[in-house]
Design a protein around this ligand. Structure first.
Ligand code: MRU
Length: 346
C-alpha cells in the first residue's frame, strides 16, 4: 500500500495520526480537504507532502467546474495557491505545485476534459518518480553503511514519509536487504513521536533490529562509542548545504560532530532550494502548543494547567556539521555550493 495514491477519482492517504494503533486509509474527493490533511499531518514527510499536493491539484482540476479553458485554468491556479499554504517548511510542496502549474500552462487552450487528464498524468508520474528516486537513494546511501553498524535515525523518513520506500530509512532498508547486519537507535522525536510511532512500526515490519531511545539520550550513545553513523532526511536544503529537518536534528548533528560520528542527510533533489543562499531564509513552521502540552502520562497532563509552550517543528543544521548529502545524483560533499548546484543543474 502506498502512503498516497489516486484511486476511484480521489486521493487516498494513510492516516499517520493514528498509527501504529490503527491503519486507516481515508479517501479525499475535495481538494480543500487534501490541503487540510497536509496541515493536520494526516500525511507528512517532505516527499509525501509534495506528491499529495500534486494529486490535490489534479483533484482540483476535476472539481473546478468552468468549461471555458481560460476560466478553468484560473480556478486551478487559485487552488494551487490554497494548497501552497498547507505547510511552510518542506520545499517539496511548492516544488510539486510549480511542476503541476507548468503542466497546466502547457495545456493552455486545450479542452478542459483533456487538460484534467494531463494534470492527473503529471501527478501520477511524480508518484512513480518518487519511488524510483528513493530506490536510487537507497542504493547510493547503503554504501555508507558497514556490516555491524549501529545507526541513529531521527523522525520518520520511511515509506510513510514518501510515496513508498523512503529516503534515509530507505537507505537502511537497502543495506538490510543487502545482508548487512545493522541496528538502529530510533529517536522518539518529540512532540509528535514520528520515530516512536512510525519509524519503529516500519522497522518492525521490515524485521530490522532497533531500540527506541528518547531524543535526549542520543548524546550518551554518541559519546560512548556506541554509534557509527547518523542518518536523517531533510525538508529543505539551502544552496550552501544548510539542512532544515525535524526539530532536534541540529543538536543531534552537533553532538555527532563533536564525537567524530559521520552525519548524512538523505534527500531527493526536489528538497534542494537553490534560491536560498543559506538556511537563515528557510521558513520554520511553529505548530500549536497543544502538541507539547497535550501529552499525558498515566492519564495526567505533563505540565501544570495554564502552562504555555513553544513548538517549532523544524530546525536548521549548519552545513559544517554534515559529512555529506545523499541525493539521487550521488553523495554531495563540501563545498556544497558547488556539489549541490552541479547535482541540481546536471
Ligand atoms: O513534520 P513532519 O513529520 O512532516 O517532518 C518530517 C521530517 O522532518 C522528515 O525528516 C523529512 O520530511 C524527511 S522525510 C523523507
Amino acid at each position: 500500500m502506498r502512503t498516497v495514491e489516486w484511486v476511484e477519482g480521489g486521493v487516498r492517504l494513510i492516516d499517520q495520526r493514528i498509527l501504529p494503533e490503527r491503519l486507516e486509509t481515508p479517501l479525499y474527493r475535495d481538494y480543500h480537504a487534501v490541503g487540510r490533511a497536509i496541515t493536520d499531518m494526516v500525511v507528512r514527510g517532505a516527499p509525501a507532502i509534495g506528491v499529495t499536493a500534486a494529486f490535490g491539484l489534479a483533484l482540483a482540476g476535476f472539481q473546478c467546474a468552468s468549461s471555458e479553458p481560460a476560466a478553468w485554468q484560473r480556478e486551478v491556479q487559485a487552488a494551487a495557491n490554497e494548497l501552497r499554504q498547507a505547510r511552510p517548511t518542506a520545499v517539496n510542496l511548492g516544488w510539486a505545485l510549480d511542476r503541476m502549474l507548468k503542466t497546466l500552462a502547457a495545456t493552455s487552450g486545450h479542452p478542459v476534459a483533456e487538460a484534467r487528464q494531463t494534470l492527473l498524468a503529471e501527478a501520477q508520474a511524480m508518484a512513480e518518480e518518487d519511488i524510483a528516486i528513493n530506490r536510487r537513494l537507497g542504493q547510493l546511501g547503503a554504501a555508507l553503511i558497514e556490516d555491524g553498524d549501529t545507526i541513529i535515525h531521527h523522525c520518520n523518513t520511511g515509506a510513510l514519509a514518501a510515496v513508498d520506500f523512503g529516503t534515509a530509512l530507505g537507505v537502511i532498508f537497502t543495506a538490510h536487504a543487502q545482508g548487512k547486519r545493522l541496528h538502529v537507535l530510533v529517536d522518539e522525536t518529540r512532540p509528535r513521536l514520528q520515530g516512536a510511532r512510525l519509524t519503529a512500526w516500519e522497522l518492525k515490519q521490515a524485521g530490522i533490529s532497533f531500540d527506541l531511545i528518547t531524543d535526549n539520550a542520543a548524546g550518551h550513545f554518541l559519546s560512548t562509542g556506541q554509534v557509527q553513523l547518523c542518518l536523517v532526511g531533510a525538508d529543505r536544503i539551502a544552496a550552501n548545504g544548510d539542512v532544515a529537518n525535524k526539530i532536534g536534528t541540529y543538536p543531534l548533528a552537533v553532538v555527532a560532530h563533536e564525537n567524530g560520528v559521520p552525519f548524512y542527510s538523505v534527500a531527493p533533489l526536489s528538497t534542494i532550494d537553490l534560491a536560498l543562499p543559506n538556511g537563515a531564509g528557510i521558513p520554520i513552521e511553529e505548530r500549536t502548543a497543544d502538541e507539547v502540552l497535550g501529552l499525558q502520562i498515566a492519564g495526567a497532563p505533563v505540565a501544570p494547567a495554564g502552562s504555555t509552550a513553544r513548538n517549532p517543528a523544524f530546525d536548521v543544521t549548519p552545513h559544517r556539521y554534515l559529512t555529506g548529502i545523499v541525493t539521487e545524483k550521488g553523495v554531495a560533499r563540501p563545498p556544497y555550493q558547488h556539489s549541490l548546484a552541479r547535482a541540481v543543474n546536471g
